[in-house]
Design a protein around this ligand. Structure first.
Ligand code: LLP
Length: 446
């Protein structure tokens, strides 16, 4: 149900005292979040009022930001034959999926659960690619039943299992081999996936043999080649290095009479969290189209699997300051969102901007913004100059990707609600979890 905010009681702090420079406040790389009359807004909705009305922690997304991200790919694609398959592991809320499905997106899935979500969102299975190193038989069956575009197969044993499952169902599985091109994506080691030592894909040196096996196995139809070299990539060169290796492989396959229909370059385009210069889809794709053309491969369909760059800067996490704790070594702003709500800082030491939704004019203090979870790794931001008081609401920036999807219930904390803003209305697209949700399915011994 669409909702509009009633005008709430004026804020506890002085809204008239903001300096004019504050009107330029805007989260990094997120044009649909902006300052209006001294308060941070998502499109036309005040985040201060939203946080007060619905409580915190709260994930807030902008519908217009999703459309903008989609357009940045479509504008770069022009009339080329490209299928964008949203890497839905970045944000799998049904409302987000439905929005991308409406825009014409396909989806990159990695589990039976993700398949169930895309089907529930009404997506076209013929635009779904199924990646992942550990596909189980039931997941293969469900994807064959649904009629996905292809399986991105990541190992020889997986090829054999898929052949077996397809034959037992009297079906033919469309197959693309995910090749590990052994290139350095120059990103955080935990989100780098295209190096020899990573568990992903089939080593480029073994790919030819794997293709020959795939063409000989019953129940398989070889349709493509695939790679995904990592995430939060800001340079074009790792993509071009990987593409070069894939194109060489395609030539070798052609010589053996194995013709492919598509080439999937995966996802990975970085976004701006702090001062990064993200790699614009157009910058990448112009180079990719040129490479395909020069190698005589422009008839191949190109598939992309962007996740983060479609949603990362379309969302923030709102959290409220519970306590300000000053110790000899540090000043802590203890907030009501923790590592269970936004894991990225704890897991990758990731940097997320922190913006008070209504800034104060008083002098700033150097704070570590930490959560209530009983772990020293439970921090959201460290060493930030902020002017804070108890009760202030903060927006943790760039939380639209790998935010809610990585949230958990550690310390028996219910997961946050999610809201989609659309102009000056908002929709609760996921209710805040309740205590009943937390213990659902548990039972005690008699
Ligand atoms: N395709 C495959 C096969 C993937 O494994 C991934 C991400 C994507 C596409 C989408 O990549 P993106 O465009 O979002 O970079 N949790 C980490 C990121 C893990 C990415 C895993 N794979 C983080 O919070 O930074």
């Amino acid at each position: 149900m669409a909702r509009r905010l009633k005008t709430l009681e004026p804020h506890c702090h002085d809204m008239t005292a903001h300096s004019p420079t504050m009107t330029t406040r805007q989260p990094a790389g997120a044009p649909h979040f902006h300052d209006q009359d001294g308060t941070l807004h998502a499109e036309g909705v005040s985040l201060a009022e939203l946080g007060q009305a619905l409580g915190t922690p709260l994930y807030v997304y902008s519908r217009a930001a999703l459309a903008t991200a989609w357009s940045s790919y479509q504008d770069a694609i022009g009339s080329h034959n490209v299928l964008v398959c949203f890497g839905m592991k970045a944000n799998s809320n049904l409302a987000v999926l439905k929005e991308f499905a409406r825009l014409g997106s396909g989806f990159d899935i990695v589990s039976g659960g993700e398949l169930a979500r895309v089907l529930a969102a009404g997506a076209n299975p013929a635009k779904v690619v199924f990646s992942g190193v550990g596909k189980q038989r039931w997941e293969m069956q469900a994807a064959l039943e649904a009629g996905v575009k292809c399986f991105n197969v990541e190992s020889v044993p997986e090829l054999q299992r898929l052949s077996d499952v397809a034959c037992s169902m009297g079906k033919v599985a469309p197959v693309s081999l995910r090749v590990n091109p052994d290139v350095d994506a120059q990103t955080h080691p935990y989100i780098s996936t295209g190096l020899k030592e990573n568990k992903f894909g089939i080593a480029i040196e073994e790919a030819l043999g794997a293709y020959q096996l795939a063409t000989s196995l019953p129940g398989l139809n070889v349709v493509g080649v695939d790679c995904h070299i990592g995430s939060q990539i800001t340079e074009v060169s790792p993509y071009l290095d990987a593409l070069d290796k894939l194109l060489a492989l395609i030539e070798q396959l052609g010589a053996l009479g194995i013709e492919l229909k598509h080439l999937d370059l995966g996802g990975g385009l970085g976004i701006r969290y702090d001062d990064e210069t993200p790699l614009a889809p157009k910058v990448l794709l112009d180079r990719v189209f040129a490479a395909l053309e020069s190698r005589g491969c422009s008839s191949l369909q190109l598939v992309l699997e962007p996740g983060r760059s479609m949603v990362g800067n379309a969302g923030v996490l709102l959290t409220s300051v519970q306590y300000l704790k000053h110790t000899e070594a540090r000043n802590f702003a203890i907030v009501d969102a923790g590592m269970n709500d936004l894991l990225r800082p704890a897991l990758y030491e990731a940097w997320h901007g922190v913006l008070p939704v209504v800034p104060r004019q008083s002098t700033t203090t150097l704070y570590d913004v930490v959560g209530p979870v009983c772990e020293s790794a439970d921090w959201l931001a460290r060493g930030r100059q902020l002017s804070l008081e108890e009760g202030d609401i903060l927006a943790i920036e760039s939380a639209g990707a790998y935010g809610f999807v990585m949230a958990g219930n550690y310390n028996s904390r219910p997961r946050p609600a999610e809201v989609m803003v659309d102009g000056d209305i908002f929709h609760v697209i996921r209710q805040r979890e309740t205590f009943a949700d937390l213990i659902r399915g548990e039972s005690c011994l008699p």
